[in-house]
Design a protein around this ligand. Structure first.
Ligand SMILES: NC(=O)c1ccc[n+]([C@@H]2O[C@H](COP(=O)([O-])OP(=O)(O)OC[C@H]3O[C@@H](n4cnc5c(N)ncnc54)[C@H](O)[C@@H]3O)[C@@H](O)[C@H]2O)c1
Length: 250
């Protein structure tokens, strides 16, 4: 049976000090990759401490690196550090994201812009910073959301950004195919992370009734699909969004 082996490959996972990003970093590391844990420096040291703890477990195959995905220069510096330490860049997982849920009438321009800047422009920024350094046969995986196709109430900003990520994924897959770089996305439903748990209890109860598998996802159920997309087992898959949502299409 073919096994996934990412030995000698280097991956950057944005926003990976916690949640789906951290689980993805651990999963790719366990498959042999060198890992750059990108964290957002929140000024309180929380994300840095989480990133440092993860990297301590990764030994020589880990590097913690602060960068705000809204800041192209910080992302360029991170890519340079990754290549300097590990010699190549082969995998980019664009995972960083935020929520600022409000109904449209209550949503401020700032709520709109913050989510577009982080969840959509942030993906553009990190691809831009990485593209010239990504090796031939490199891989990009973007984290979208079920909300991109359902348009959940209160998520005009988030759903729009995540739909943009899906379309961006298709365009980039065509443009980077000549370098044999594959570009795909995963679109989770609700996942048991800080973000998933921030959804009001009443909404979570209703959502649960819509999910055929009748539960939310564990982060590892998303990171396993990302691992597949980062591996040669998906060598003919590009431009796709893989929906990981327990069968939920409401
Ligand atoms: N949890 C869910 O239910 C769910 C569902 C669908 C999609 N997603 C998506 O999955 C991804 C991960 O979400 P999660 O559930 O792990 O949430 P989370 O809130 O636990 O993690 C988000 C991470 O992004 C980081 N981040 C935020 N702004 C950043 C910035 N400007 N620069 C760098 N990093 C930044 C945070 O510090 C954090 O580490 C997000 O893109 C999210 O939209 C989550």
């Amino acid at each position: 049976m073919r096994q996934i082996d990412l030995s000698g490959k280097t991956a950057i996972v944005t926003g990976s000090s916690q949640g789906i990003g951290l689980e993805t970093a651990k999963t790719l590391h366990a498959a042999g990759a060198n890992l750059v844990i990108n964290y957002f420096d929140d000024g309180e040291g929380k994300n840095r401490a989480l990133a440092d703890a993860a990297v301590a477990d990764f030994g020589d195959r880990g590097l913690a690196c602060a960068a705000d995905v809204r800041q192209p220069d910080q992302l360029e510096a991170m890519v340079s550090k990754a290549v300097e330490k590990f010699g190549s860049l082969d995998i980019l997982v664009n995972n960083a994201g935020i929520l600022r849920d409000k109904s449209f009438r209550k949503m401020s321009h700032e709520d709109w812009q913050a989510v577009i800047d982080t969840n959509l422009t942030g993906v553009f920024n990190s691809c831009k910073a990485a593209v010239e350094s990504l090796s031939e046969n490199g891989v990009i995986v973007n984290v979208s959301s079920l909300s991109a196709v359902t348009g959940f109430f209160g998520q005009a900003n988030y759903a729009t950004a995540k739909a943009g990520v899906m379309t961006f994924t298709k365009v980039l897959s065509k443009e980077l195919a000549r370098k044999n770089i594959r570009v795909n996305a995963v679109a989770p439903g609700v996942v048991n992370t800080e973000m998933g748990e921030s959804i009001p209890e009443e909404n979570r109860k209703y959502m649960m009734t819509q999910i055929p598998l009748a539960r939310f996802a564990e982060p590892s159920e998303i990171s396993d699909v990302i691992l597949f997309l980062c591996s040669d087992l998906s060598s003919y898959v590009t431009g796709q969004t893989i929906h990981v949502n327990g069968g939920w299409w409401a």
